[in-house]
Design a protein around this ligand. Structure first.
Ligand SMILES: NC(=O)c1ccc[n+]([C@@H]2O[C@H](COP(=O)([O-])OP(=O)(O)OC[C@H]3O[C@@H](n4cnc5c(N)ncnc54)[C@H](OP(=O)(O)O)[C@@H]3O)[C@@H](O)[C@H]2O)c1
Length: 308
């Protein structure tokens, strides 16, 4: 009997930094996958792995499972609206962008009306993490839909956590990214403090990464912090969106989030100064400036903990 991976026809919407690498893993894994991106040229290289790149979003409507990875809820709403504009509809949509609980609930309503199953399936990891096979998903929605989509989620990383019905996965992801923002800001503060007291950043981070406080995240951000390579993995604006989603949820559910509030303002100051085009870890540069420190790359080879 063929496995579900051979059987189902997949569609993919959005091949930005994340979507490209996720779709590439499915194509490389031998899935029957058709891909659409607003800027088609970004999707074209996926053809080399066997993906079919389509120019019209409606060409994905008759696929079994359509994955979506764009930026914000407004973008999700636009692309799903266009996907469903004709008479064809997929069996299931798996939406992976980081969006709000309300947006996700609205999407569930839109899809339910059309008889399309829906999983909320945001992710943890950046493009490099995906390439290293370490992406993780948090998923909510009907359990049978999850079981059908699970083999494909597994192909894109190290697996998924099913957290229940409805939009629960969205709040798990929002909480996760609130932690991302707070941790990167604190990591920048303590790295600058250690340097200002007299030690090289690579020496401090080497200790931290080997300690109980070290994590996959602190390790994979270490090359950026040591050698000041800030090519973008995740933009300051996307991080601000997630901190705002966290603060909105905190207000709605009456949970004080003082550390998140101040982190959001620090990030806003950086964005207001025009630091928007590089990686969010340029918070290090903002912290150095505020501390009267002129940063230089250390040009030391350090591991990101991902490459084998
Ligand atoms: N980067 C990370 O580390 C990371 C990690 C976890 C989760 N996320 C989340 O994953 C999502 C994607 O992030 P990313 O870093 O991959 O962003 P990205 O590189 O900026 O890619 C955004 C994608 O969305 C498409 N898009 C945006 N608005 C659109 C619209 N109105 N209509 C059609 N397509 C639209 C873009 O198309 P074009 O190519 O035409 O611009 C592109 O394919 C975001 O929700 C982000 O918060 C990111």
């Amino acid at each position: 009997m063929p496995t579900p991976i051979e059987k189902l026809k997949l569609g993919w919407i959005g091949t930005g930094r994340m979507g490209y690498e996720m779709a590439a893993r499915l194509a490389k894994g031998g899935c029957d996958i058709a891909v659409w991106n607003r800027t088609k040229a970004k999707a074209d290289p996926l053809a080399q792995y066997g993906a079919r790149v389509v120019s019209d979003l409606k060409d994905l409507a008759a696929r079994d499972i359509v994955f979506c990875m764009v930026s914000t809820w407004d973008d999700v709403k636009q692309v799903i609206g266009r996907l469903l504009a004709g008479s064809a509809k997929p069996r299931m949509v798996v939406e992976c962008s980081s969006i709000s609980l309300d947006g996700s609930a609205e999407l569930r309503g839109i899809l339910k009306e059309k008889g399309v199953e829906y999983l909320a399936a945001p992710v943890s990891g950046n493009a490099k993490v995906i390439k290293a096979g370490k992406l993780t998903f948090v998923v909510s929605g009907p359990r049978p839909a999850y079981e059908a989509a699970r083999p494909y989620l597994d192909m894109m990383g190290t697996g998924s956590s099913y957290v229940g019905e409805g939009e629960l996965a969205r709040i798990a992801k929002i909480c996760h990214n609130v932690m991302l923002g707070v941790v990167i800001q604190n990591l920048c503060e303590i790295t600058i403090l250690a340097q200002k007291v007299g030690m090289p950043r690579h020496a401090f981070l080497d200790f931290l990464n080997k300690s109980v406080m070290g994590s996959m995240f602190t390790r994979y951000k270490t090359p950026a912090l040591v050698n000041l390579d800030f090519h973008v993995t995740f933009t300051p604006r996307l991080l601000r969106k997630d901190l705002d989603l966290g603060l909105d949820a905190g207000r709605e559910f009456e949970v004080p989030m003082p550390v998140t509030s101040i982190t959001r303002d620090i990030l806003q100051q950086m964005i207001g100064q025009g630091m928007t085009e590089q990686d969010f870890s340029t918070l290090l540069l903002a912290q150095a400036k505020a501390s009267g420190l002129d940063l230089k790359p250390e040009n030391v080879q350090v591991t990101d903990g991902l490459s084998s």
